[in-house]
Design a binder for this molecule. Structure first.
Ligand code: ADP
Ligand code: G6P
Length: 737
């Protein structure tokens, strides 16, 4: 039976060894806590790191570590301390983590760490391949394993691979600073489906792919030469029932059976009945805004001194990545801040902050969630933040107020919380004030909506939505991919051609009949081509239409003696055989005055590029520019133009090393349709190489034979490699008449 292989750096269980005794505890962090229930309920194995290095596991305990993991359907992968230093403490947490959270000043680029990151990713990929069987589904998780999808793809080209990024994906302007940005994007694109928590992260990723790798991006699909990769957002949920049930059980606990922590919390309540508890829970991480939170709390106490002795911040920070210097500094900063503020405000009966620096068992988390009136979560950046969701799920009587940073992914789904900017102390302190004084009815109204949503979009739903989308994208990965023309297909085409009574050929010119050259005016048809097209068009019952984006003067001159129909400027002009040019579409060109100067500024800054002015369109050619610069400028220009022309009935066509601005309604497909209306053709053939020809492929009737030149994403049915094969095919048609 096929299974799912989950792979993440951290397994849901962590192994530690005290006095030669093995201890297994659950992992902290959204990825592990969230995915756990999917793993528990489904048929999957989970590959990841046990939390110990090779050096830390004595030889005689190695097998036991493996067996403990296997008990929970996990497969540990082992690393040396050098590997963990370079891969985990190094590249993952000193480069990617800070950069992706917009902490650029914390980001370090060490090529030795990058080398180890690659090596460890390869180890992970190999471990997956080792356990992979045909039909399995592979689900790779998070920023530590960005290269793994493609490393698996290289060994298992047909595997169904999903990738989910649990942290933000930064904007292109930030991501472009990565020295190995191409490799990272290529690594991720090994997947069939790439998921993010929010649409913004998805958008940032797609923008980096299109700008850096230059792959065509169509809505949320990336076209690689041989596959389509789908990108989508799936906001991760929690195991709602588990938290709700734990809270319900907790409320039925008998007097005297509570945990020590709960007894302390109860005592506090008894001593000062009207007072409030504010909860803060996170891993000790600079992205979580813990220092800001404490300072904002200080600001609140100064602004509203009446709450001294009547409010307390219960702060739980879980130790995390303590080998990384920034985390050590943060620990020191938080210790000092808590000490200073407690010193400043404490009275004989009261201290403002209860601070715990440790991991806690699940039951204690529930004690805290259910006992605190307010949850204050103020990350500076956070991919999702599940704590916010867990807090709401445990509020079974629907009281409680969540104050949440707008920088957390979860804020996008939790509008009914009090949403704050984590850098605005005044706003945070006002939110605390509002939370303390919020009428119970309002608390219930807000929480009822939140709970309904969280219950519906639980972690099970999240995982099953992702898996369904993965299955779909894997099945349809080749949907747009044309197939090569085999000799059998070729025979069938020629047969159909021979037996037909009315034939029509739509032929694109540049890139289809002739190769691209330095300048458009130098791509004149050679005598051999003229002869070929001439003789094809003189055959009985055969119409040849040259359908091009070129201007009518050039086309008209080059093809003046050949009895074919010409369509110029993508369909604006038409010249029937032996007749004069006629305007085929009602179009305007008064917009050119506004658009031309903008393109000219790009010509000035991009040596080798130039404007080609047609009657009803402007084309910016960049074939002769430095390739990188050209692509970069083309991207920039395309963005600028799209903004400039929006709502003006114009569109930007991205051709082969050319951008063309023209009226939206005009395209090759529309022009071809008009011709098809004139007669009943029983053999229709369309061929072209670039984006502008896709309109033709889309418009031609289903029975038409459509052929793309080059292996690219296309609506065409077949592809051929190059122009010489195009000529070869046309020759065969001519000869089999
Ligand atoms: P991140 O993934 O960045 O750590 P999240 O808020 O998404 O942040 O996830 C944190 C997870 O870790 C939650 O599921 C939470 O219940 C768990 N957790 C947080 N603090 C503790 C703690 N002290 N002990 C045990 N689990 C914790
Ligand atoms: C975040 C990351 C996870 C990571 C977790 C805990 O949730 O997205 O990939 O596992 O933090 O961090 P750690 O470094 O301890 O694995």
């Amino acid at each position: 039976m096929s299974k799912t292989i989950i792979i993440s750096n951290r397994l849901p269980l962590q192994v530690s060894i005290e006095n030669e005794i093995l201890e297994v505890s659950p992992s902290v962090g959204g990825l592990a806590t969230g995915l756990k229930s999917f793993h528990r309920d489904g048929d999957s194995i989970w590959i990841g790191w046990s939390g110990l290095t090779n050096e830390e596991i004595p030889e005689n305990l190695k097998e036991q570590v493996y067996n403990e993991a296997r008990k929970e359907a996990c497969i540990p992968v082992n690393f040396t301390s050098e590997e963990i230093d370079g891969f985990y403490y190094g590249f993952s947490n000193r480069s990617i983590w800070p950069l992706f959270h917009y902490f650029m000043e914390y980001t370090e680029w060490e090529s030795s760490n990058w080398d180890i990151y690659k090596k460890v990713n390869q180890k992970y990929a190999n471990a997956v391949v080792e356990h992979y069987k045909d039909g399995d589904t592979i689900w790779v998780h998070d920023y530590q394993l960005l290269l793994v999808p493609n490393m698996i793809r290289e060994q298992r080209p047909n595997a169904s691979i999903g990738f989910f990024n649990h942290i933000p994906f930064p904007s292109y302007e930030v991501f472009r600073t990565v020295p190995w940005r191409e490799e990272i994007l290529k690594g991720m694109l090994g997947a069939n489906l790439i998921g993010f928590h929010t649409y913004d992260y998805e958008r940032h990723f797609l923008s980096s792919v299109s700008r850096i790798l230059r792959h065509p991006v169509d809505f949320n699909e990336v076209s690689l030469p041989d596959r389509i990769v789908k990108v989508d957002s799936f906001p991760m949920g929690i195991d709602y029932d588990q938290f709700e049930q734990a809270a319900l059980n907790h409320s039925h606990e008998k007097f005297g059976t509570e945990s020590d922590l709960q007894q302390r919390l109860n005592n506090h309540r008894k001593k000062s009945p009207g007072s409030k508890l504010i909860l803060s829970i996170d891993r000790l991480d600079y992205t979580k805004g813990i220092a800001n939170r404490i300072r904002a709390f200080e600001y609140f106490l100064e602004k509203y001194p009446e709450y001294v002795e009547n409010i307390r911040l219960v702060m739980l920070a879980v130790p995390s990545r303590s080998n990384v210097p920034q985390y050590q500094l943060l620990k020191k900063e938080i210790d000092e801040l808590v000490g200073r503020i407690n010193g400043k405000f404490a009275t004989v009966n009261w201290i403002p902050i209860w601070y715990f620096y440790r991991s806690m068992p699940f039951e204690n988390l529930i004690d805290l969630y259910t006992s605190c009136n307010i949850a204050l979560l103020t990350p500076i950046r956070d991919g999702m933040n599940l704590v916010a969701k867990e807090y709401i799920a445990t509020r079974t009587d629907q009281t409680g107020v969540l104050i949440l940073s707008e920088m957390a992914g979860s804020a996008q789904e939790m509008n009914e919380a009090l949403i704050i900017n984590p850098n605005n102390f005044d706003q945070i302190s006002e939110a605390i004030y509002q939370a303390i004084n919020m009428p119970v009815e309002e608390q219930k109204r807000r929480n009822a909506i939140l709970q309904k949503r969280l219950k519906r979009y639980s972690v099970e739903k999240w995982a099953s939505d992702f898996m369904k989308a993965l299955e779909k994208s894997h099945e349809s990965r080749n949907v747009y991919k044309a197939t090569p023309i085999s000799s059998q297909v070729e025979d069938e085409m020629l047969n159909q051609y021979k037996n037909s009574k009315n034939r029509i050929f739509f032929l694109d010119y540049d890139g289809t009949l002739v190769n691209f050259v330095d300048k458009p005016e130098n791509a004149k048809p050679d005598p051999e081509l003229l002869e070929l097209i001439d003789s094809l068009s003189r055959l009985d019952k055969t119409k040849v239409v040259l359908i091009s984006g070129r201007d009518k003067e050039t086309l008209g001159t080059w093809w003046q003696d050949v009895p074919i129909d010409l369509i110029a400027e993508h369909g604006v002009w038409m010249r029937r055989t032996g007749k004069d040019w006629q305007l085929n579409e009602k179009v305007q060109n008064n917009w050119m005055e506004t658009v031309r100067p903008v393109i000219e500024t790009f010509c000035d800054r991009t040596p080798g590029s130039f404007i080609e002015e047609k009657h009803y369109s402007l084309a910016w050619h960049y074939r002769m520019t430095d390739p990188d610069l050209g692509e970069m400028r083309a991207n920039e220009l395309s963005t600028v133009l799209k903004e400039l022309i929006s709502n003006h009935g114009l569109s930007v066509l991205e051709g082969n090393k050319v951008l063309e601005i023209k009226s939206s309604g005009v395209n090759k497909g529309r022009a071809a349709s008009k011709l098809l209306l004139r007669k009943n053709f029983d053999f229709i053939f369309g061929i072209g190489d670039d984006w502008t020809d896709e309109f033709l492929f889309k418009e031609l009737p289903e029975e038409a034979i459509t052929v793309k030149v080059g292996v690219k994403k296309t609506e065409a049915t077949y592809f051929v490699q190059d122009t010489s094969r195009v000529r070869d095919l046309l020759k065969k048609f001519k000869e089999s008449h």
